[in-house]
Write a protein that binds this ligand. Structure first.
Ligand SMILES: CC(C)(COP(=O)(O)OP(=O)(O)OC[C@H]1O[C@@H](n2cnc3c(N)ncnc32)[C@H](O)[C@@H]1OP(=O)(O)O)[C@@H](O)C(=O)NCCC(=O)NCCS
Ligand SMILES: [Zn+2]
Length: 191
């Protein structure tokens, strides 16, 4: 179902059966297949392709030139920079059946322009992937990763500030007042 408050550009194709939520905008030359589910207040920019087995949360920005293949799961408040590449077949061969690898981008995460996410990857909540990265391993929540292969080089708050964490202090408060603590190797937001 297409919400009556969604905007579909006259040059976009949204196939019957696709779900497009309230206030979402789908711009020119985008193509949304029948099984796709897109939430509310999203922006699907020019030249995007959204396959059937794809779910997209609310308030998601999908910049130009992104193809979301079967198995892509995009949370709420995610930002995908221009030309981010998703993949779902780790050992591809033409016209051979394959097991679809799920690619999950969790709530609040941002993926920089022209990055490639390999199949089976989870990008954790509020993680930030630098432009042009090749992501071959899961990205922890709040991690800042970049490069090929993408390596963790820091931590970043939900507000976008880089976090200057101390290994000896288990608690940390960002300038925006969001609080964090280490639980094992994981950085957990308290508030
Ligand atoms: C990665 C990023 C978040 C900056 O991270 P940072 O840790 O603050 O990086 P800095 O700017 O302090 O640079 C530190 C080093 O990383 C390098 N670097 C910066 N961004 C990089 C990237 N995407 N890939 C590889 N190296 C990068 C810098 O050249 C610098 O290298 P040097 O120490 O050898 O001089 C930012 O550069 C980036 O890629 N943002 C995403 C932008 C984008 O795609 N937006 C999409 C919406 S338009
Ligand atoms: Zn913050």
């Amino acid at each position: 179902m297409i919400s009556p408050t969604a905007f579909i550009h006259s040059h976009a194709i949204v196939e019957p059966g696709a779900t497009v939520g309230a206030g979402t905008r789908v711009w020119a030359w985008a193509h949304v297949l029948p099984g796709a589910v897109i939430g509310d207040d999203c922006n699907i920019c020019d030249h995007c392709f959204i396959e059937n087995d794809v779910t997209i949360g609310d308030r998601v920005t999908i910049k130009c030139g992104i193809y979301l293949w079967d198995g892509a799961r995009i949370g709420n408040d995610v930002h995908l920079g221009p030309n981010v590449v998703f993949t779902n077949d780790l050992y591809p061969r033409s016209k051979q059946a394959f097991e679809v690898g799920m690619t999950i981008v969790q709530d609040g995460a941002s993926v920089g322009a022209n990055s490639t996410l390999l199949p089976g990857i989870t990008v954790g909540n509020y993680a930030l992937v630098g432009a042009g990265s090749v992501v071959t391993r899961n990205v922890p929540a709040f991690a800042l990763v970049r490069g090929n292969p993408a390596r963790r080089v820091g931590w970043v708050c939900a507000c976008g500030q880089k976090l200057k964490l101390s290994a000896t202090h288990p608690h940390f408060t960002c300038q925006c007042s969001k609080q964090f603590e280490w639980v094992g190797d994981e950085l957990i937001a308290d508030s």
